[in-house]
Design a protein around this ligand. Structure first.
Ligand code: AMP
Ligand code: ZN
Length: 116
């Protein structure tokens, strides 16, 4: 059994508000949203971060972005625009060590990224 909280969401060991799932990715609502729409798109495969992704993960990385695109269309936020965010490692502010893409939208978003 994995200690990774996002692997537990993939395995349905802990609940999440899942909005999309296929054979390779899961998307669910962030439990602490910072925008009206805040969805996390994760790979089912446990990859620590972009830093640890390999050439074999190239298609999977693209899949994360194309899933965000699909969800933004489904939620009708794509016309106004949205933000995609991937934090990498402690210096990038990453808190959960399982690769995830933030889909942020539903409001005009500022560019504030605070140094830590
Ligand atoms: P990051 O700082 O990029 O690693 O983002 C981690 C995100 O995961 C944060 O926005 C958290 O609010 C979110 N998060 C952590 N645990 C859960 C969970 N169990 N369900 C939903 N979102 C979560
Ligand atoms: Zn994991």
């Amino acid at each position: 059994m994995s200690d990774c909280i996002f692997c537990k969401i993939v395995d349905k060991e802990i609940p999440a508000d899942i909005v999309f799932e296929d054979d390779q990715v899961v998307a669910f609502k962030d439990r602490n949203p910072i925008a009206p729409v805040h969805i996390l798109i994760i790979s089912k495969k446990h990859i620590l971060s972009v830093r640890e992704a390999t050439k074999e993960d190239t298609l999977l990385m693209g899949r994360l972005i194309m899933t965000a695109k699909k969800i933004s269309d489904d939620l009708k936020i794509s016309k106004k625009g949205y933000k995609l965010l991937i934090r990498v490692g402690k210096g990038g502010g990453q808190e959960v060590d399982h690769i995830h893409l933030h889909l942020l939208g539903g409001a005009r978003l500022s560019e504030n990224i605070h140094p830590i």
